[in-house]
Every structure is written in C-alpha cells, then in structure tokens.
Design a protein. Sequence first.
Length: 365
Amino acid sequence: MKFSINRTELQTALGVVAKGAASRSTLPILSGILLKASHDTLTLEATDLNLSIRCALPAFIEEEGQTVIPSKLITDVVKSLPDAAVHVDANDESAKILCETSAFSLKPLNAEDFPGFPDVDPESSISIPFATFSRMVKRVARVVSRDESRPILTGVLVEAEDGVLRMVATDSYRLAVTDTDFTADSEGFKAVIAGTFLSDLAALAPNEDNITLSLAENQIVATYSGTTFVNRKIEGTYPRYQQLIPDQYKTRAKFDTKQLTEAVKRTSLLSNRTAPVKFDLNSASNTTQVSTVSQDIGEARETIASEIEGEDTDISFNFSYVLDGLSSVETDAVYLELQGPMRQGIFKSEEEERYLYLVMPMRVS
C-alpha cells in the first residue's frame, strides 16, 4: 500500500477516528486504526466493538492495500510531522511514514484480524444542520447521569414528533429539555443515545453540512462530513419526565441572564455541598436576594433586580446546578418559575430559544 496525503487533513481525521479505538482491551487489534487505500480515497476505521468510526478522505493512491497501526502511535507520529505532504508505504512487515526530512518505520498489526465495519439497515432517520444539533446537545448533555448502575440516565432522549425535534436529559436531580422546529418527514424517531457519544459528535469541527442520525434495531448511526459513527442504543424505557414539569406556577421572576449568572458565581465562592445558594424573591420591591451562609467560611449576599409575578418565596439550590443551567441560556433574559420552597424550580429561556432547565431544591437546616 502506498499513498500520499495532506498532513493536516490526515491529523484531523485521525483525531476523530481514534476515539473509536479501544484504550484497554484483551484484543490488541482493537487498539489500532485500519488504513485502507482504494481508488483515490483513504479510509480510516477504528472500533472497540461498541463504537465504530469510519472516515473517508481524498488521497493520492499509488498502490491499493490496507494496514493497521496502533492508534496512539500513528496519531502522535502524524501530529509531530511538519505541515507538508505525508507519504505512507506499508506492507505486512512495516509501515513507513515519510514527511520532508522525517522518516518513521512502524510495526503494523495484522489487518486480517481487524473486525469488519458494522453493516446496519436503518429503520428511520433525521437530518438537521450541524450547528443546531451541536447547540442542542451541549445544552442537555451535561445533565446526563454518570451513574452506570442506571444506564438509561446516562443517555439523552432524542425524539422527533409533531414537527418538533426534542432532546431531554436528567440525572434525577435536574432535567434539561430543548426543542427546535423540525419539518422533515421522520415523525416517530425516538431513541436514547449515550450522552458521551453525543458530546463527542457535537465537538466535531463545524461546517455547513447536516448531520444525519439513523436508527437500526439496536444501534444508532451518525453520518457527518464524510465520517460514519455506529454506536449501540441504550435500551430501556426513559423516565416519564413530562409529569415533573408543572403547567402553572405560584411565583415567576424575570432576570437579566448575565446579571443573575454573575451574582450566583460571586455568592457561590462561599458555597459548598452543605451551604447552597438561596434565592429570596420579593414582589413588592421587584428584587431577589441571592445569598450563601457557611458556618465555617462566612456569608455572601447580593440583591439584583427582577420582575416578579405572584407570591413572595424563597428557595435554595446547588449552585453548580444553577450555573450549568444558566450557561445554556442564550437569551438576554431568563425566567425562574416556582411552586414553593420545596418544589422543583424551573429556569426557562425566552420563548424563541425553547430551553427548559428543572432543578430540585436543597433543604436548608
């Protein structure tokens, strides 16, 4: 196998595909990346048997063939090369990589042992602009649970129904929901997809292409910018999150998003697990006092303007949960809707952004 390729393009592709290679496995072949040269295309593949990634990119092919090189090794080598054409000449015994005055000879793995790429037959698909997909994922993925004992909560619910594409995530302490209008004819698309997988997709280099998500029997297939990702769906029934979202409130406050975020950040300097951030809402003065009291450290208070409807009330939250939610609000104003001190609080962006973030309160002794 012989081919030549632009170093930057190869490095970028390796950075994407390497996420599919196994870092710890009893099968050494799974730690490698398959390089396959055919016609005028170089195809890279990696798999850990749960996640498989394939990327195709143009190259000057002198001799067709394939080889497998350990993922970390080839990634580090290509990253170290000067920004010039990379020439690869590989056989069963060695893989030679040349770039200007640099030369490497690497010992390949047996390409015959490399697993075949999954052959999936999609049942339904959705295709959306990558920028929209990335923004939605980043809003909800931080809320997924890290507790592997409840696998369903480590995923994001993605569903398309009634002209709306929705993503939902929860760790049982908070819940994030984001919607966008969706006009494609893929009504009924519904799957729970690993949050880490979606986050990796959302972190890909943005361009004007759409990203396509397809469902097979037990797999999710993502296609974007010449790269295909195949991952297992998370099986199980997603919690009935709708019943957690009340259709009315007793108190509603409107804040300047930046002002509220900065107030929470400052008061949280004195906060910890046992000293949450407290919100005191006063409708007469249209102000909210954000405060923290810690017996070991001291106290911090800040009063900010807010437009308040309904009853005066107070509520306490884990400050990091509040900041996570506020960081996803892209509108100038944010709303907080409350039912009472020990009921869930709901942060909402202004209507055009269609983002909802529910947080369970903390009890203050």
